[in-house]
Ligand binder design. Structure first.
Ligand code: ADP
Ligand code: MG
Length: 444
């Protein structure tokens, strides 16, 4: 095949993949290149490891389907880094850096009064590892950008310090690895892995609460790194002194450097965030719509982004332009759910009617797909639309335990992102549950 022909086919595949899952589309998709398209292999060239990893995690299925639909053949898709670009930028091919989200950069972070200190301290630290604030401790409620900032620091450090070794992980991962190291008798390996880094970045350290042994290990790692002038960056949902049963000596060490609080964003910041997020997706929305969304979703930026995702998915799957009216339809369910008291039985009614199954089926032990799917959707909707605990939700659906409910919720959440049909189904069911007329959606 001629090179131009390959480029053209790849452009078609890209368009198809975008259409298959509009929610995962990013502007940088246009920077992807084709390295190879032959022998049943499509090798997609990515500018960096973060992008490649994002695509592997979120888009492999859609790219594979798109490639097969366009070429009419079985195709395996791989995402790899293009070794060097035209500007002569070099990539460390063998570096096993942390798994970073390509969108979570400083450029994509909107700064406002609520997060100015957190942002500035992260920038400062990434420009001068170990020399400014050490440790840097960020805290704030869920969904306010802590994880985003930690990723941004790692992106920046990777750019600035080509050979810096960064260890970035969630505290839960840290604890699990520690436990595994003990079980397999490889504590020395674990310790050398953590003590030989230039920057240790740990997200959600509140996970250490009531884990005495892990706190002990954390303390020793902290000291080893700190004494060697290595950078430590931590995040949590509360300040060090408010993390339940955190040892005094850790509280004191966590407070040695800078403790920066992140607050819920102001209205102006929320508007700017919605616009930024739309821009990243390559979608243009009017000020009026951004203002509407910012007005409706106030407490949590993750939910703000979720509202935009729903709106984009709704527009893409129904083929309608993004208008204020569509935004109202997309968001109504969300607003109503907090305003109105929704019963788990309302949810079960709507879901059983939609799938034509009986409640007793959902409560039974049956595990065929035709039963598990509606059961899992019920759990997911109950989790997102009511205040019931995981245990209570499990109780309504045949006495299932909380881990089963949690698993169902994350499965449907994943499907919502990877499968536009699922996203639309969830919007429709939510509309029915919240009693907002579905005709708005179906008459496209
Ligand atoms: P946390 O770790 O505090 O729970 P995250 O970092 O996961 O929150 O943020 C949730 C979502 O909100 C992410 O998609 C993130 O990109 C976005 N977000 C948070 N703050 C900002 C901001 N100031 N600008 C742009 N996006 C933001
Ligand atoms: Mg987080």
């Amino acid at each position: 095949m001629a090179a131009q022909e390959v480029e053209d086919i790849f452009a078609d595949i890209l368009d198809r993949a975008k259409a298959l899952d509009p929610a995962s589309v990013r502007r940088w998709f246009d920077n992807l290149t084709v390295i190879q398209l032959s022998g049943g292999l499509l090798d997609v060239g990515c500018p960096d490891e973060a992008t490649a990893q994002f695509l592997r995690d979120n888009c492999k299925g859609n790219f594979t389907r798109a490639a097969q639909q366009i070429t009419g053949r079985l195709v395996t898709v791989e995402f790899n880094i293009v070794p060097a670009d035209d500007n002569g930028r070099r990539f460390r091919r063998n570096a096993v850096g942390p798994k970073l989200h390509p969108d979570y950069t400083f450029d994509n972070f909107v700064v406002g009064p609520s997060n100015r200190l957190g942002h500035a301290s992260c920038v400062a630290v990434s420009h001068s590892l170990g020399d400014t604030y050490n440790p840097l401790f960020l805290y704030g409620s869920s969904g306010l950008g802590k994880t985003h900032l930690l990723h941004a620091v790692c992106h920046e450090v990777k750019q600035r310090y080509e050979y810096a070794v960064i260890q970035f992980l969630s505290c839960e991962d840290f604890v699990n690895r520690f436990i595994r190291a003990i079980e397999t008798g490889n504590l020395a390996g674990f310790q050398s892995q953590f003590r030989s880094v230039d920057a240790l970045v740990i997200d959600d350290v509140q996970f250490l609460r009531e884990r005495e042994q892990s706190q002990e290990e954390f303390f020793h790692n902290f000291n080893a790194l700190y004494n060697n002038g290595k950078q430590i960056i931590l995040s949590a949902d509360s300040p060090p002194g408010k993390i339940p049963s955190l040892e005094e000596r850790l509280i004191s060490r966590f407070s040695w450097g800078l403790v920066a609080r992140i607050d819920p964003p102001s209205y102006e910041t929320r508007v700017a965030i919605v616009q930024k997020k739309a821009h990243i997706r390559g979608v243009s929305i009017s000020d009026e719509i951004a203002e509407y969304i910012a007005h409706k979703v106030q407490a949590n930026i993750r939910e703000l982004e979720g509202a935009l995702t729903t709106l984009c998915a709704l527009a893409a799957t129904t083929g309608r332009p993004i208008t204020l009216e569509l935004a109202q339809i997309a968001l109504e369910g969300q607003i109503e759910s907090s305003a109105r008291h929704i019963n788990i039985t309302d949810i079960i009614d709507v879901v059983t009617r939609h799938f034509d199954v009986r409640l007793t089926d959902l409560q039974s032990k049956r595990r065929s797909h035709s039963i598990t799917l509606p059961r899992q959707i019920c759990m997911y909707l109950a989790r997102s639309l009511t205040k019931h605990s995981l245990e209570e939700i499990g109780g309504h659906l045949g006495g299932r335990d909380h881990t089963t409910v949690m698993h169902a919720c994350s499965k449907i959440e994943d499907a919502k992102h990877s499968d536009p049909q699922m996203n639309i189904l969830l919007v429709e069911l939510t509309e029915q549950i919240t009693k907002i007329p579905a005709r708005h959606i179906s008459n496209h």
